[in-house]
Design a binder for this molecule. Structure first.
Ligand SMILES: Cc1cc2nc3c(=O)[nH]c(=O)nc-3n(C[C@H](O)[C@H](O)[C@H](O)COP(=O)(O)OP(=O)(O)OC[C@H]3O[C@@H](n4cnc5c(N)ncnc54)[C@H](O)[C@@H]3O)c2cc1C
Length: 342
């Protein structure tokens, strides 16, 4: 065995919230052989495995994780032209925004609206990341995984990934164990800007900027996000703490009777998505609400921020209070977007 296996490694610095206890064992896997060894190490000790990316969507328990944390560090980007498109295979350990920057610099359309999302390429399909009118599922061709059960690699097509809103097959059942090694994206060589989302539409409605370039869209997304999200180098956060709730049209109508201004986005013929930030701001008047070391960010209440010294326990209690208040005021049970690791 040539892997470096570290013990009692603090997970807090490996997450953007900066919270959480240690991993009993911690392994960085840069190749499929490393993954095989790491999984065998855990299996031999009957220990649970947790796959860590950039730690930007996690709330780690104060007591840490009692098993083996494997951080996938498989890197590399390979591009293959295919007619009007290009197929890019990126290693799971690539930094997401570095990959987006690479695509923008090379004139590949499709990921620019997802600029500046923290984390890794490997986590992108797990959460089906999305922003500014785009979801990553729209451009994922396939996902290559290591299956610990068979100790073999296999490829899942886009359809097999069962993508949904911040959801995929990787969050359910046996597929939770699959380790993403690489993702193939099919991007366009011809412009296909998606500017319908309000913030972007406003930005590009200026006369003279009729057809923005890839770089202009990326710059706009970065500027919008920088104004909206806290500075990760100074503030602990995992981005949006909860998902926007999807409700039936009947529920929407009864809420509209009480809150006529409530915005909504159509999902299908019978469902609509509600912006939780609006509910937290207008219904709960909770923008900037703080308790101890935890707060809802003053610019965007969907974003929970944690000050120095905050604990998982404190955040969990704060979140439970917000969840109860939303349920009380609207009847909606909101769901965490952030994954709790315990
Ligand atoms: C400031 C901020 C802004 C954000 N904005 C957005 C946004 O606009 N849109 C959005 O969708 N998300 C957003 N996020 C959430 C987060 O960045 C994404 O969910 C991101 O994809 C998580 O990547 P990660 O590598 O940090 O994953 P982690 O947080 O390390 O892990 C997240 C999940 O993915 C799993 N995972 C990670 N790597 C692998 C792998 N190789 N194989 C299998 N499973 C794996 C983990 O086990 C875990 O279940 C934001 C977060 C922050 C802090």
């Amino acid at each position: 065995m040539h892997l470096t296996i570290r013990e009692h490694v603090s997970l807090a610095p490996l997450t953007t919230l900066g919270i959480g206890g240690p991993a009993r064992y911690y392994i960085e896997a840069a190749t499929v052989a490393d993954l095989r060894e790491a999984v065998a190490f855990a299996g031999a000790r009957s220990l649970p495995v947790f796959i860590l990316g950039g730690g930007s969507n996690l709330l780690v328990s104060d007591v840490g994780f009692p098993g083996v944390v494997i951080r996938v560090q498989i890197t590399g980007v390979h591009a293959k032209p295919q007619g009007e498109c290009v197929v890019l295979r990126a290693g799971a350990g690539e930094a997401w925004d570095g990959f987006v920057a690479y695509c923008v610099a090379h004139g590949y359309w499709g990921l620019e609206n997802l600029s500046l999302i923290p984390g890794t390429v490997g986590a992108a399909p797990v959460q089906n990341i999305g922003a500014y009118g785009r979801e990553v599922r729209e451009v994922i061709e396939s996902v290559v995984v290591f299956d610990p059960l068979s100790a073999a690699e296999r490829t899942l097509t886009n359809a097999a990934c069962l993508f949904g809103y911040r959801d995929s097959v990787f969050k359910h059942g046996d597929a939770k164990q699959l380790i993403v090694m690489g993702v193939s994206f099919k991007l366009s060589l011809t412009p296909r800007p998606e500017l319908a989302y309000k913030d972007l539409a406003t930005r590009f409605s200026t006369p003279g900027v009729a057809s923005p370039s890839l770089a202009e869209i990326r710059d706009a997304v970065i500027a919008i996000r920088t104004a909206k999200f806290p500075d990760l180098s100074r503030t602990g956060t995992a981005g949006s703490f909860w998902k926007n709730p999807v409700v039936t049209i009947a529920t929407l109508e009864s809420l509209r009777a009480r809150f006529p201004e409530m915005p909504s986005y159509p999902v299908d013929a019978t469902h609509a998505k509600l912006p939780l930030a609006w509910i937290l701001d207008v219904v709960l008047k909770a923008k900037g609400y703080a308790k101890g070391n935890v707060a809802l960010f003053h610019q965007q209440p969907l974003v929970l921020v944690a000050g120095r010294g905050a604990t998982c326990r404190e955040i969990t209690a704060f979140a439970a209070e917000i969840e109860a208040r939303v349920a009380e005021q609207t009847g909606i049970m909101i769901e965490k977007e952030v994954l709790v690791v315990a």
